[in-house]
Design a protein around this ligand. Structure first.
Ligand code: BGC
Ligand code: BGC
Length: 627
C-alpha cells in the first residue's frame, strides 16, 4: 500500500488527472449566465452578504451568546447573509427530521425575503452520516472505511447520507475529509481514510460520487466539500495551533512531498464533480493556508482547474494575521477564499471586508469573482427553483435499508490483529461473559462528531450496541457485567474497550492510552475465562501493552457507528473478517509519525496487516518482527 516508491509517481498523475478533469469540473453555462445577470444587479453590501457564512446560533442565539450582534431572523435579509451552517452538535431543540426541516425552512424564508430573494446555502458536517440529527444512521468513521477499503461501499454510504441530509432540507456537507494522516497522535486521525494517498484518493472520490449522484438539481444531490486543503494530515507534533499539540499545526515538508502525499487525493474528488473545497487551518511554507494565494489559487484553480467555491474553515480567516481582522480578511480573500465561515461575528466580518474593499486592498473584481462562484453553485443545484428540497424523504432516515448498510460497513471495517486456531468465530451455544462499559454504549461506539461536536458516551441516539446484538444473536448465554466482575467462570470472555469520544485538537494525544479503569476489567476477566477476546473501539492505534499481555484475540472495530450488529456479525462468523490496517500501528506513541518510514520501521503492525479467522494474513503482509 503506502510505499515510498509509489509516492514518487504521484506528481505526474496529479498533472494528468488535472488535465482530464478540466473538461468535467466546469459549471453549467446556464447557471453561470444566470449568476452573471444577478451579480450585475447587486450592491457591494449584497455581494459581501453572499460571501458570509455564519453559524445558526449567530442568528437565533441572542440569549445564549451576548457577543452575537445579529440575533433574529430578520437579520438574515438585513445583512444579506448568503450561507448558514450548523456547527458540530448545533441543531434545533426538536432534534429530529421535522425539527431540522422547519428550522432550515425558517432560515430560508428569511433569506428569500431580502431585496433580491437569494436562497441560502445551508451547510453541515455530515461526516459519518447526518451525525448531528438524532435517529439517523451513524456510519463508521473514515478510518474504519479505510480498513474496509471498499469504494463501492463508500459510494453507497455517500448516497444514504445524502438522502438523510436532504430529508432535513439541506444540500451541502463538509465531507469528505481528504487528510492523509501521517501521525496517529492527531485527534483527527479517525477522520482520515488512512496514511496512503492512493486509498484516500479512491475513497474520497467515491464519497463525492455518492453524495452528488444524479442530476445536480435533484433533491438528493448534496454538495460535497473535500477538506482540508491542503496538508492537514501532515502537521508536525509540537507545532499545533490554538494551543493544540498537533492539530492546526505546521506541515513542515517539501513541496514535492506536499504534492505527492497530501495534494494527490484532490484531483479524483474534483473530477468526481466536487464544487466546494474547504481550506485547512494548518500552515505550510507561506504561513496559514487560509492566506496562501499560491496554494488556494495558483495550485487549486490554476493547476487543478477547480471552478467551484473555496470556503474557509471555522474562524480560520481570523488566524491569518492574528489580532488584525482587516488584514486577515484582505489576505484570505485575495488568496482565494470565496465564502467565509465567519462564523459568529457577522457585523465585524462584513465591516472589515467592506473597509478593505473601499481602501482598495481587495479589488472589486475579486469580490465579483467570489460571488459569481457562490451564485453559480446555487443555480447549479437548483436552489432558486426549490429552496427547500427533500419532501417525502423522512421515512428513509434511520430506515432499515440504511441501517443494514451501516452494519455492512461496520463489519467490513473490522481488523483482526491477533488470534489463534479455533478462537474465532465465537461458539454459539455456550455462556459468554461480556465486560467493559463500551460494550453497551452507542456514544462510545460512534465517537466524536455524533450528536455533539465532541460526541458523548451514553444513549445519545438510536442504534444497536454490541451487547444488544450479541444478546439477539446468542440469546441467554450472554452475561453482561460492565465491571467484568463475574462469579462463575466460563470458557469464553469478551471485553470491549473504547477510547471514548473526542474531536479535533482536543483529541490530540501524546500517549495514545486506553482508559485505565477499563484495563482493569480485562485483568478481572482474565481470571475467569480460558479464551479472552478483546474488541477495541478506537479512532486510531493505541498502546496495546496491557491488552497484548492478557488477550488471546485482538479485534479492532474502530468507531463503527450506530450499527454494532456489524461487529457482532464478524465475531459470530455470520460475516467474514476482511479489513486490513489503513495506518501503521506504531510500536509506541513517540515513534508514531510515518512520513518516509519503511513499512515496519518503528511499527508493531504494518499498514495492510490484518488476519483471517484462520490466523493467516489477508494480504500477505506479516506482523512486524516476523521472519
Ligand atoms: C473543522 C471543520 C468543520 C468546521 C465546521 C472546523 O472546526 O475543522 O472540519 O467543517 O469546523 O464545523
Ligand atoms: C463547533 C464545531 C467547530 C468547532 C471549532 C465548535 O463549537 O460546534 O463545529 O468545528 O467549534 O472550534
Amino acid at each position: 500500500m503506502a510505499l515510498v516508491g509509489q509516492r514518487l509517481a504521484w506528481p505526474l498523475l496529479v498533472v494528468l488527472a488535472a488535465m482530464l478533469l478540466s473538461a468535467c469540473g466546469s459549471p453549467s453555462s446556464e447557471a453561470a449566465e444566470r449568476a452573471e445577470e444577478l451579480l450585475a444587479r447587486m450592491t457591494l453590501e449584497e455581494k459581501i452578504g453572499q460571501m458570509t457564512l455564519i453559524e445558526r446560533t449567530a442568528v437565533v442565539g441572542c440569549d445564549e451568546a451576548e457577543w452575537v450582534a445579529a440575533c433574529d431572523l430578520e437579520k438574515i435579509a438585513e445583512f444579506g447573509v448568503g450561507a448558514l451552517l450548523s456547527g458540530g452538535g448545533s441543531g434545533p431543540s426538536q432534534n429530529d427530521v421535522a425539527g431540522w426541516r422547519s428550522m432550515v425552512e425558517e432560515f430560508q424564508d428569511a433569506a428569500l425575503s431580502s431585496r433580491l430573494g437569494i436562497p441560502l446555502l445551508y451547510g453541515v458536517d455530515a461526516v459519518h452520516g447526518h451525525n448531528n440529527v438524532k435517529g439517523t444512521v451513524i456510519f463508521p468513521h473514515n478510518i474504519g472505511l479505510g480498513a474496509a477499503g471498499d469504494a463501492d461501499l463508500v459510494e453507497r454510504i455517500g448516497r444514504a447520507t445524502a438522502v438523510e441530509v436532504a430529508a432535513t432540507g439541506i444540500r451541502w456537507t463538509y465531507a469528505p475529509v481528504l487528510a492523509v494522516v501521517q501521525d496517529v497522535r492527531w485527534g483527527r486521525t479517525y477522520e482520515s481514510f488512512g496514511e496512503d494517498p492512493d486509498l484516500v484518493s479512491d475513497l474520497g472520490a467515491a464519497l463525492v460520487r455518492g453524495l452528488q449522484a444524479g442530476d445536480t438539481t435533484d433533491d438528493t444531490y448534496v454538495l460535497a466539500t473535500p477538506k482540508h486543503f491542503v496538508g492537514d494530515g501532515g502537521t508536525t507534533w509540537g507545532t499545533g495551533g490554538r494551543g493544540y499539540p498537533i492539530d492546526q499545526g505546521v506541515t513542515e515538508i517539501s513541496e514535492d512531498e506536499l504534492r505527492a502525499v497530501h495534494l494527490s487525493p484532490y484531483p479524483a474528488s474534483l473530477a468526481a464533480g466536487a464544487r466546494t473545497v474547504m481550506a485547512t487551518y494548518s500552515s505550510w511554507d507561506n504561513g496559514k493556508v487560509h492566506g496562501d494565494r499560491y496554494l488556494l489559487t495558483d495550485v487549486l484553480r490554476g493547476e487543478l482547474d477547480f471552478a467551484g467555491l473555496v470556503v474557509s474553515d471555522w474562524a480560520g480567516v481570523d488566524q491569518v494575521v492574528p489580532g488584525d481582522l482587516e488584514a486577515s480578511v484582505a489576505q484570505s480573500v485575495n488568496a482565494g477564499i470565496d465564502l467565509v465561515m465567519v462564523p459568529h461575528d457577522l457585523v465585524g466580518f462584513q465591516t472589515a471586508l467592506r473597509d478593505v474593499v473601499l481602501q482598495g486592498l481587495v479589488p472589486e473584481e475579486r469580490i465579483d469573482e467570489a460571488v459569481l462562484r457562490i451564485l453559480t453553485v446555487k443555480y447549479e443545484i437548483g436552489l432558486f427553483d426549490r429552496p427547500l428540497p427533500g419532501v417525502g424523504l423522512a421515512e428513509q432516515v434511520g430506515g432499515d435499508e440504511h441501517r443494514a448498510l451501516g452494519a455492512e460497513a461496520a463489519a467490513k471495517s473490522v481488523v483482526l490483529l491477533e488470534t489463534g486456531p479455533g478462537l474465532l468465530p465465537l461458539p454459539k451455544s455456550e455462556r459468554l461473559l461480556v465486560g467493559g462499559r463500551a460494550a453497551d454504549d452507542i456514544g462510545i461506539q460512534s465517537g466524536g462528531w455524533t450528536i455533539g461536536w465532541q460526541g458523548r458516551p451514553g444513549d445519545i441516539t438510536d442504534g444497536t450496541t454490541i451487547v444488544e446484538a450479541l444478546e439477539a444473536e446468542l440469546g441467554d448465554g450472554v452475561e453482561y457485567e460492565p465491571s467484568g466482575s463475574f462469579e462463575t467462570p466460563a470458557k469464553t470472555g469478551l471485553v470491549v474497550l473504547g477510547e471514548g469520544p473526542y474531536a479535533e485538537g482536543l483529541g490530540d494525544s501524546a500517549t495514545l492510552p486506553l482508559p485505565n479503569n477499563e484495563l482493569q476489567v480485562l485483568e478481572r476477566m482474565r481470571e475467569h475465562v480460558d479464551r479472552l477476546v478483546v474488541v477495541l473501539l478506537v479512532g486510531r492505534p493505541v498502546v496495546l501493552d496491557a491488552v497484548a499481555d492478557l488477550a488471546d484475540v485482538i479485534v479492532v472495530a474502530w468507531l463503527p457507528g450506530t450499527e454494532g450488529q456489524g461487529v457482532v456479525d464478524v465475531l459470530t462468523g455470520a460475516r467474514d473478517v476482511t479489513g486490513v490496517l489503513p495506518v501503521t500501528w506504531p510500536a509506541s506513541p513517540d515513534v508514531a509519525p510515518r512520513f518516509e518510514k519503511e513499512a515496519c520501521e518503528d511499527a508493531l503492525y504494518p499498514v495492510g496487516y490484518g488476519l483471517g479467522f484462520d490466523g493467516v494474513p489477508l494480504e500477505e503482509v506479516g506482523p512486524c518482527g516476523s521472519p
